[in-house]
Write a protein that binds this ligand. Structure first.
Ligand SMILES: C=C1C[C@]23C[C@H]1CC[C@H]2[C@]1(C)CCC[C@@](C)(C(=O)O)[C@H]1[C@@H]3C(=O)O
Ligand SMILES: O=C(O)CCC(=O)C(=O)O
Ligand SMILES: [Fe+2]
Length: 380
């Protein structure tokens, strides 16, 4: 079922581009009615500052594609070459692609069908998919932020075996029991792939192949569906602003529309969709786990005025209470500790309650946690 263009029935849709009469004033964090900027025909809260506005002439990011069958090839040279490519990319910008990843293409297609179903619902229906902060349906973060609204809607689900996500019940009621089955199948496939990727990353860092796999074996991960409606003024807004992801590893499946950009060498670069590949990002928590050796990928998404764009993101996280501390072999006199010990639960609390995720989240978090926990100083 092709997604019906999101009806901007103005009265309740923050991304409507029609004349405003009232725009979610009850939800806007600062209770100010987002003012339509007449010259732009979109509400002013969606217009980003000049220094963050999108560019559309971004050069293509040079990025390796890792054939995941290399791990079972029994060819140590091939494994070593793949690990070298991973090491180089993760030290530079924190992104690489994987092919032959083993995730069934039918599962990916079904995922996009479910996204079309869900994001094609009336806004009042979507807003019933409410979860605790950070989970459930969100559009533009009205009510959470007061400016620089992202031009997107999202649905975020928690994937943790012993936690029943109440939102799944709503979605099952809406779409039937096979939605639950799909959700688990998709997340299990992504979890399996992420643990194999952790083996390869472990090798690339000179660790035992099983070290990182064991670290993330028990995980409390996140499935996020991002939907970016077409926008009349893609030159003024962003689908999602410049940031690095707070989790440990991101597996991103984007449709063929394109819009993901990565910041490296001081310039934004495009990551053009390649069918059959998935995008792997090093995230903030993993950057700390690697003692800063690998860079958390700085990225954003631009939108367009022609067609909606969808991306499906799996975020791998360790168990909530697991202490994130780099293995001793990654802490040397030349590379002393970069970040204090912390847990994913604490970082999640920080980004949900104290800080809007951006490109400096880990620096802000590092400062905050040491203020909160005076004994938790960065140990040499
Ligand atoms: C821990 C999280 C915070 C965000 C959702 C998960 C993983 C990615 C984060 C996010 C998607 C990164 C871009 C900015 C953000 C605000 C968003 O667009 O939703 C982030 C999420 C969040 O802070 O809720
Ligand atoms: O849609 C994309 O390509 C990026 C989405 C993203 O960065 C996120 O959800 O964290
Ligand atoms: Fe992201």
């Amino acid at each position: 079922m092709e997604h019906q263009p999101m009806e901007c029935s103005y009265s309740n849709n923050p991304m409507s581009q029609k004349k405003p009469n009232s725009l979610l004033t009850s939800e806007a964090k600062n209770d100010q009615q987002p003012v339509l900027a007449p010259e732009s025909d979109i509400a002013s809260q969606f217009i980003w500052p000049d220094h963050e506005k999108p560019c559309f002439d971004a050069p293509e990011l040079e990025v390796p594609t890792i054939d995941m069958t290399v791990l079972s090839s029994g060819d140590p040279l091939a494994v070593s070459k793949a690990a070298e490519l991973v090491n180089e990319a993760c030290k530079k910008h924190g992104l690489f692609l994987v092919s032959n990843h083993g995730v069934d293409s039918g599962l990916l297609d079904r995922a996009h069908e479910y996204m079309n179903f869900f994001f094609g619902l009336q806004l009042s229906d979507k807003q019933k998919a409410k979860g605790e902060i950070g989970y459930g349906y969100t559009n533009s973060f009205v009510g959470r932020y007061s400016s620089k609204f992202p031009w997107m809607e999202s649905l975020t689900l928690r994937y943790c075996p012993d936690v029943q996500d109440i939102m799944v019940e709503y979605l099952v009621n809406k779409f039937g029991e096979d939605m639950r089955q799909f959700g688990y199948e998709y997340c299990e496939a992504m979890e399996k792939l992420s643990l194999r990727i952790m083996e390869l990353i472990g090798i690339s860092l000179g660790l035992e192949q099983s070290y990182l796999r064991d670290f993330f074996q028990e995980n409390d991960s996140i499935l996020r569906m991002d939907y970016y409606p077409p926008c009349k003024r893609p030159d003024l807004t962003l689908g999602v602003g410049p940031h690095s992801d707070p989790p440990s590893l991101t597996i991103l499946h984007q449709d063929l529309v394109g819009g993901l950009q990565v910041l490296t060498d001081g310039k934004w670069h495009s990551v053009t969709p390649i069918p059959g590949t998935l995008i792997i990002n090093i995230d903030d928590t993993f950057m700390a786990l690697s003692n800063g050796i690998y860079k958390s990928c700085l990225h954003r998404a631009v939108v367009n005025n022609q067609t909606a764009r969808k991306s499906l993101v799996f975020f791998l996280n360790p168990r909530m209470d697991k202490t994130v501390t780099p293995p001793a072999c990654l802490v040397t006199s030349k590379n002393p500790r970069k970040y204090p010990d912390f847990t994913w639960a604490t970082l999640l609390h920080f980004v949900h309650n104290h800080y809007r995720v951006d490109m400096k989240t880990m620096d802000a978090f590092s400062k905050w946690i040491q203020e909160q926990e005076p004994n938790n100083k960065i140990q040499a």
